[in-house]
Write a protein that binds this ligand. Structure first.
Ligand SMILES: [Zn+2]
Length: 301
């Protein structure tokens, strides 16, 4: 009798638990995923926008003489079509320029729909050389190149295209809007994130020098190529200072491990930088960032 009652109670409890789970799922569905793409006007500006598609984003500027767009962000996906439709919801003025942030395909592929509309493509000269060398199928060749500096004036907008040396690539531009005090620069100053994977194509210690140069420039807001934690799309100078501090702390920790005779595996296992553990990708990418600095300090590469 007790056994039967117990069994009955157990069944009831299990049924209740299952029912609660089912009800819980019905009552509180997982938060909706963000839409695949979205366009945001940058607060406090008349004409500066961010187009985000998936986890990539680009800046564009609308003037009465036409539009200055940046990275098509269309590698193996139709982002450029959506990008153009979003621009044309705001203005029917022609898209005059597409400016590449740097040579990496995940940011610059898929610009043909812009080219078909007559846009002039601009990139750093090293980006053009890289594209000419690799001949990626879906990357439009730049029409114009930047060496140290180029200024684009369109309508009431002035946009500076600045080269501050090698960092995450040897072709990264800093695009600065002097009136709005905004910069758009991609992949080397992520918001509250460690560097991507093993920092492929990144030059050491040049990236640290470049950060010092950018921090000394006159701007207040930074638009990066990917949103940060919580979907934050715009950073401040503190984000650049924090990224420099992260790289300096990382470099010093790896140098110390080497001086103590540690090998790759021990350095990657033992180095912790708790100040940055809340940053994006700290867990998966910190060991790879350590490896990159290990090679630099150990072999000068
Ligand atoms: Zn990149």
């Amino acid at each position: 009798m007790p056994r039967i009652q117990l069994t009955g109670l157990a069944v009831a409890l299990i049924a209740a638990a299952l029912s609660t789970t089912a009800q819980g799922q019905t009552a509180a569905p997982a938060p909706a995923a963000p839409p695949p793409y979205a366009t945001t006007k940058v607060d406090g500006t008349d004409n500066v926008y961010i187009f985000r598609y998936g986890g990539h984003q680009s800046m564009f500027i609308v003037t009465d003489k036409g539009v200055i767009a940046t990275d098509p962000i269309s590698l193996r996906r139709p982002a450029a079509k959506a990008y153009i439709e979003e621009i044309q919801k705001i203005t029917k003025a022609p898209i005059r320029y597409v400016i590449y942030s740097h040579s990496h395909f995940d940011h610059i592929a898929g610009g043909k729909p812009f080219k078909d509309l007559g846009a002039t493509f601009v990139a750093h000269k090293n980006a053009k050389a890289r594209i000419a060398e690799l001949k990626p199928a879906d990357v439009v060749m730049p029409d114009e190149v930047v060496d140290k500096k180029k200024v684009i004036k369109l309508g009431n907008t002035t946009l500076e295209l600045l080269y501050v040396g090698r960092n995450h690539s040897d072709s990264t531009l800093v695009m600065r809007l002097p009136k709005e005090k905004i910069i758009f620069t991609v992949d080397w100053i992520p918001l509250q994130s460690v560097q991507f994977r093993e920092m492929a194509d990144t030059y050491l210690p040049d990236i640290e020098d470049g950060l010092k140069t950018v921090i000394a420039m006159d701007w207040e807001r930074l638009i990066p190529g990917h949103p940060g934690p919580g979907g934050r799309q715009i950073g401040t100078k503190d984000d650049a200072k924090n990224q420099l501090a992260y790289l300096q702390d990382l470099s010093a920790a790896v140098k110390k491990a080497l001086d103590e005779g540690k090998n790759y595996a021990d350095a990657e296992k033992e180095i912790k930088l708790p100040k940055y553990e809340s940053w994006n990708n700290y867990g998966p990418f910190l060991p790879m960032n350590i490896e990159r600095y290990y090679d630099f300090h150990n072999r000068g590469i």
